[in-house]
Design a protein. Structure first.
Length: 443
């Protein structure tokens, strides 16, 4: 009897092992089909290998009282003036296209800028302050974890509009002061959220187009030299060149927020990725971001063919599938980071071209012609060598010069040199045909 019972128990154990192996094979098959073997391996590596990152990613600095007062004053003015409702785009786009404002448009712009002048003054002072940071310059947006994109963009465009007005009045120093302030709005912590990085990158694009338009008409070498020096000093704070690590940055940024708010988290370098990622998911839940977590869980349950994620997750853990579930959640919670890196490269190109164009214009005014090679610019005007980030890394190729239009340009995200005849436009796709060149107003 005892022997028979032992056989039954052994049979049940063997059956459970077979079922366990079968479920593991099924789950891995589903994951490989839905995620793909290559991505599955990448996410597995993401979760199991130790994460190494700079200590500066962990720094949490408290702004000074002086800066807080400036920020609070700006917030009050923003709320009072309804800045988000003002559309500066039509006025700016007209100037960028080489047009002129009508007298009625000039009156509208003057009236608006007069209304916003106290805010503009505060914004310039705020961005110059050493404690300025994109994440702390304004109240959080609706998701409570990132800056308000609409307000940041409105501020930058308003500063650029003021810069264009000063340029038309030939107040070049003030024009560049306002435009550099718009550039400074892209200053951010190296481990801020990915959304904050993208907001900053978009803001850089706004500032870059405005600056090239001013430089095309400026006849004051001293004002341009000052602007060039300011941009060069600002470069390391806005061109972080770190979005190749965007996945890590987005997770660590959330854990920095958790630590700042008093949660117990482990964010020292060298831990396996899943240690950080599990804390990341837990923090979202603790922040009452239940809807976001629920969406992740529902999507993951669809991939794993389970009815509900909590039940499926517990079942998966029981059978030793926690790693697979974390792979699914990490795949679902990370957006297309390749696109983020391309946007970062585009912002770097535009920033570099701003500086190159300032140097070219100074040379043109002082020596009668624009230089056609970077050797005349580096290091006389720009201390570091300039390389097109869209050329292969091993080539380290500089920006190209188009003789017909007299401008330097980048070959763009598609990596094809169109000899500046086709212009890159991100609205055609983040990776699309075309070169990145200064606006028509500078050529």
């Amino acid at each position: 009897m005892l022997r028979r019972r032992s056989k039954v128990i052994i049979g049940i154990i063997l059956w459970l092992i077979v079922v366990w192996v079968g479920i593991r094979i099924l789950v891995n098959k589903l994951l490989f089909e839905r995620i793909g073997a290559e991505k599955y391996a990448a996410y597995e590596q993401f979760l199991t290998e130790p994460w190494e990152f700079p200590e500066e990613w962990l720094q949490i600095a408290e702004p000074s009282e002086e800066y807080k007062n400036l920020r609070d004053e700006a917030i009050k003015l923003i709320d009072k003036l309804d800045i988000g409702d003002f559309e500066a785009d039509p006025y700016l786009e007209k100037i960028y296209a080489g047009g002129q404002w009508t007298s009625s448009e000039e009156k509208e712009i003057t009236a608006k800028l007069n209304d916003f002048s106290p805010l503009l003054e505060i914004l310039i002072r705020q961005t110059i302050h050493p404690d300025f940071d994109l994440e702390t310059c304004l109240p959080p947006g609706e998701d409570k974890m990132t800056p308000d994109y609409r307000i940041i963009q409105a501020d930058a465009k308003l500063l650029c509009l003021q810069a264009q007005v000063y340029a038309q009045q030939q107040k070049w120093k003030k024009a560049y002061e306002a435009n550099v302030a718009a550039h400074r709005m892209a200053k951010r912590h190296p481990a801020c959220t990915l959304i904050s990085h993208l907001i900053a990158i978009s803001t850089q694009g706004v500032a870059a187009e405005s600056m090239d338009t001013i430089t095309a008409h400026c006849d004051d070498p001293a004002a341009m030299r000052s602007a060039l020096n300011n941009l060069t000093a600002l470069g390391p704070f806005v061109n972080l060149r770190n979005l190749s690590e965007a996945v890590k940055i987005d997770v660590i940024s959330m854990l920095r927020s958790a630590k700042r708010e008093g949660y117990e988290v482990v964010i020292s370098p060298g831990q396996p990725g899943k240690i950080y990622f599990k804390q990341f998911i837990a923090y979202l839940a603790q922040k009452e971001e239940d809807e976001a977590v629920e969406k992740l869980e529902q999507s993951a349950s669809q991939i794993l063919q389970m009815n509900t994620m909590p039940r499926g997750y517990n079942l998966a853990r029981m059978f030793g599938f926690e790693q697979q579930v974390l792979i699914v959640l990490s795949a679902l919670s990370t957006p297309n980071f390749k696109n983020a890196q391309i946007r970062e490269h585009t912002a770097i190109v535009k920033f570099d071209l701003n500086r190159i164009n300032l140097a070219m214009r100074i040379e043109e005014l002082q020596n009668g012609q624009r230089p056609d090679n970077l050797a005349a610019i580096v290091p006389t005007y720009i201390p570091e060598s300039l390389r097109d980030p869209y050329t292969p890394a091993e080539q380290k190729a500089p920006y190209k010069f188009d003789t017909a239009q007299g401008v330097f340009y980048s070959i763009g995200p598609d990596g094809v040199d169109n000899q500046c005849k086709v212009q890159y436009d991100s609205s055609n796709g983040v990776v699309s045909a075309g070169d990145i060149a200064p606006p028509a107003s500078f050529r």
